[in-house]
Design a protein around this ligand. Structure first.
Ligand code: ADE
Length: 252
């Protein structure tokens, strides 16, 4: 997987992603990351400036089409040297479809991804029409730019690239397996400030531990994200358990 991030703040992208699991994946050549400074493609006479006033008036500045297009073309030229076909271009915007795990899995199968990070009041619509394939939001709130959302997406997508997580790590992060939230975890000490680890986890009885974990996942999903249950993979036993939980909670 090769990421190409078009941005006004390349150091933010590189500093943010070159550590921990992603830093290791970059070193192992499982993923590559380039941050392309859009300012480098500013018109000569504008001396690094890439924004201008909006036609029709209004607050704020708009990022101009040409520097963004030139930065995009430069990346496409490099990609074309080793593969064919147009890469997907993701524009981060609160107006896009909301990012989710299934999209992360789909994007992880691409060889190259271009992320376009906007700032100010947005980017000239004409270049968006020309190059963007996917408009993506990371949630219903407004951030100051597309850098953090693109980093969030790159993190979530990279976890899905084969080899990025080792076995232990991939088994560990299973919050969305079967579309259920993960069960609670405990570590030493056995008692912390009067709170004990649930008995069953120390019983050594594998079957009971598995059942307890499944039940906690179901309870937690019902309590915190009941919307997920609509698409979760549930057995007859799971359904019975949930009906029981709902019945009990109706007394409180
Ligand atoms: N840019 C600003 N806010 C954003 C959001 N919530 N998601 C994606 N890009 C954004």
């Amino acid at each position: 997987m090769n990421y190409h991030v078009l941005t006004l703040f390349p150091e933010m992208i590189l500093d943010g992603l070159n550590t921990s699991i992603l830093g290791r994946a970059i070193k192992k050549d499982l993923i590559s990351l380039e941050a392309v400074n859009i300012r480098d493609y500013a018109e000569e006479r504008r001396k690094g400036r890439v924004d201008d006033y909006p036609y029709g008036g209004g607050a704020g500045m708009v990022m101009q089409a040409e520097p963004v297009y030139q930065a995009y073309q430069a990346v496409c030229g490099r990609i074309a040297e080793r593969s064919e076909g147009k890469p997907r271009v993701i524009y981060l915007t609160p107006q896009g479809q909301v990012f989710h795990q299934t999209l992360a899995e789909e994007l992880a199968r691409e060889e190259d991804l271009i992320f376009l990070c906007g700032h100010y009041e947005g980017i000239d619509e004409r270049v968006l029409e020309e190059i963007v394939t996917d408009y993506v939001s990371i949630g219903d709130y407004v951030l100051t730019g597309g850098e953090l959302p693109s980093m969030v997406m790159i993190d979530a997508i990279s976890r899905m690239v084969p080899g990025v997580l080792n076995n232990e790590e991939s088994a560990q992060f299973e919050s969305f397996q079967d579309n259920l939230l993960e069960y609670p975890q405990y570590s030493r000490p056995e008692e912390w400030r009067g709170k004990k680890v649930p008995e069953v986890l120390m019983s050594g009885h594998h079957g009971n531990v598995e059942q307890w974990r499944r039940e906690k996942s179901l309870e937690r999903t019902l309590e915190r994200r009941p919307d997920l249950l609509e698409t979760a993979e549930l057995s007859q036993k799971d359904r019975k358990y949930l009906v029981n939980c709902k019945y009990k909670s109706s007394f409180f």
